[in-house]
Ligand binder design. Sequence first.
Ligand SMILES: [Zn+2]
Ligand SMILES: [Zn+2]
Length: 263
Amino acid sequence: MEEGIANAAAKRERVKVPAEVQAWAVEVAGRAAQAFVDLLWPLPPGCPACGGSLGSPRELCPACRDRASFPAWPRCPRCSRPTVSLEGAGLACPACRFSAWPFGRVFAAAPYAEPVRTLLHRLKFRGERHLAVPLGALMRERLASSLEEAELLVPAPASPRNLRVRGFNQAALLARELAQGRLPVREALARVDGGGSQLARRTRAAREAARLRVACRLPHDVRGRRVLVVDDVLTTGTTAAASARSLLQAGARSVDVAVLCLD
Ligand SMILES: [Zn+2]
Ligand SMILES: [Zn+2]
C-alpha cells in the first residue's frame, strides 16, 4: 500500500509541468471562464470610469487615461514620485536617498487620484472584480519597461482579514492582468500579522512595519529569479519593503515593484 503511494508520488514528480506552461494554462482557463461570465452577465458598455463610448469595459477612454496621469514634473528615478530637486532632474528624491529600500525600482502607472481612486475603491470595497481588467490594462500600457527584466510576478500579500472579507487579493488580479500569461504569476507571499508592539512607534510607517510580517511560502519558485512585486497602491512602501525582504531571503536575485498608483 505504502509502495503504491510512493509510486504515485514519484509519477507526479516525473510529470512536473514547467511554471510557464502552468501560467499559460491558468491564463487560458481564466479567459475562458471570463468569456462565459461576460456572456451571462454582460458589463455595461463604455468607459468604466465615465461611461463614455470611446472606452470599453476592458479599457478606459482616452480622456480618463489622460486624467490618470502624473503631473509633468520630473520624477524620482527610483520610486517614480514627482519630485522637485534643487540639484537638478534625474536625482533620487530625499526619501530614496535617505532610506535603504530593499527593492530596486518602483514602477507606477498613475497617481492615487481620480479616476483611478474611485475605480480602485469599487474594485476593493464593492467587489467589482471586472475593474481589474481596465486597471490592469493601464498598468500594461504604462509599465511595459517593468516587465523587460522580470522573470516572475508576485502579488503583494493581502492581510488575512482583507482576504477573508473580500475573498480575493486585488494585487493578484492586477498581477495577472499585467502578466497576461506572458510571465508566470505566483502568490508566493503571505502576511503573518500580529507581531511587534506598535505603541512606541511614532510614524505611520513605523507602526505598519512593526505590525507587518511577510513570509515566502514558495521559495523554490523564487530562488535565483528576478521578481516584480505587484501591488495596487504604494503609500509608505512598508508592504513592498517587507515583501522584498522576504523574497530576497528566499533567494530571489532581485526585486522591483510595480504598482497601479502612488499615494
Ligand atoms: Zn472615461
Ligand atoms: Zn524616490
